[in-house]
Design a protein around this ligand. Structure first.
Ligand SMILES: [Ca+2]
Length: 338
């Protein structure tokens, strides 16, 4: 089984460019009946005190396409918009989670980006998480959807809300200039890039951030993985140690996040989830964002890395650190134990 999926992964990678195989925990329901779901949700919303369980158990166990069919049927029968009705019926973390599910993955990412930048100040942590972890294909879709939703360019908002080298790095990522993976391994270019990273950073006084940004943001993922390996030939510090020595603050966090995602994106999400759940008061915003945004993409792989690296399964950790209806929704999206 493992071998078959490995072969499939390789086939997908060599034929599909950056398109990665999907490993969702939330999939389309069989025997799906949108009219029936819409009727049940209408009753649940009207129930005194709101029947959250019914709303959760329907909406967390349908695919995004099915949820939008339910919304359509709901509007037909209730003569009002499902999203507004849910806003009125739910509150707090559960409301945020369910409203997130009512958007497509790209719409959700776009609105999370928007809210990380709106108002005074910026939620740099969320901005870094989203911009540095999404692949080229996802970022292209997010940009398209962002423009549709907010009538503004994501590039403009990002550069208006950040400054200096941090802004340059985020902008370079949002511009999606990353090469597609090539079938031919270019050892000379790998060596040149490894040396260029060293010359621009550890070797010299100060840091030539522009060179770092162009290599980090324009080379393909498999190429960069080999560059970081080769880098150790030149530098006494590995790439992560070098980043910590050379740059500080949000720029440092961004480069580190990029390296983590380039090396193993699923492990990156798993460790963010683990940190968010184990912090003194659970960072529900982060937990919700990762689970909602990845449940129809690759949450199954995130679960595997979670169990492998943190001893307990994601499900077990959700059970220990969250509670109530919010917990019920997370458990459904998580989709099982490991
Ligand atoms: Ca230096």
């Amino acid at each position: 089984m493992a071998l078959v999926s490995e072969i499939l992964t390789k086939l997908t990678l060599s034929y599909g460019g950056e398109r990665e195989p999907k490993c969702p925990t939330v999939v389309a329901a069989y025997n799906f009946n949108p009219e029936e779901d819409a009727a049940k949700i209408e009753t649940a919303i009207k129930t005194k005190g709101v029947d959250e369980h019914t709303i959760i158990d329907i909406l967390t166990k349908r695919s995004c396409a099915q949820r939008s069919e339910i919304a359509f049927e709901y509007e037909k029968r209730a003569k009002k918009d499902l999203v507004s009705a849910l806003k009125g019926a739910l509150s707090g973390s559960l409301e945020h989670l369910i409203l997130g599910l009512m958007k497509s993955t790209a719409q959700y990412d776009a609105s999370e980006l928007k809210s990380s930048m709106k108002g005074l100040g910026t939620d740099e942590e969320s901005l870094i998480e989203i911009v540095c972890s999404r692949n080229k294909e996802e970022l292209m879709e997010i940009k398209k959807v962002y423009k549709e939703m907010f009538k503004k360019d994501l590039e403009k908002d990002v550069s208006g809300d950040t400054s200096g080298d941090f802004a340059k790095l985020l902008l370079a990522l949002v511009q999606t200039k990353r090469d597609e993976p090539s079938n031919v391994v270019d050892y000379e270019k790998i060596d040149n890039d490894a040396r260029a990273l060293y010359d621009a950073g550890v070797k010299r006084k100060g840091t030539d951030v522009t060179t770092w940004i162009s290599i980090f943001c324009e080379r393909s993922v498999p190429h960069l993985q080999k560059v970081f390996e080769r880098y150790k030939r030149y530098s006494p510090y590995d790439i992560k140690e070098s980043i910590r020595k050379e740059v500080k603050g949000d720029l440092e966090k961004s480069f580190l996040t990029l390296v983590e995602c380039l090396e193993n994106k699923h492990l990156y999400f798993a460790s963010r989830l683990s940190d968010a759940m184990k912090s003194k008061s659970v960072k529900e915003k982060v937990v919700t964002r990762i689970i909602v945004s990845r449940c129809e993409v690759d949450l199954m792989k995130v679960r595997t890395e979670f169990k492998r690296n943190f001893g307990k399964s994601l499900q077990q950790t959700i059970l220990e650190h969250t509670k109530g209806d919010y917990q019920r929704a997370l458990l459904n999206l998580c989709g099982g134990d490991d």
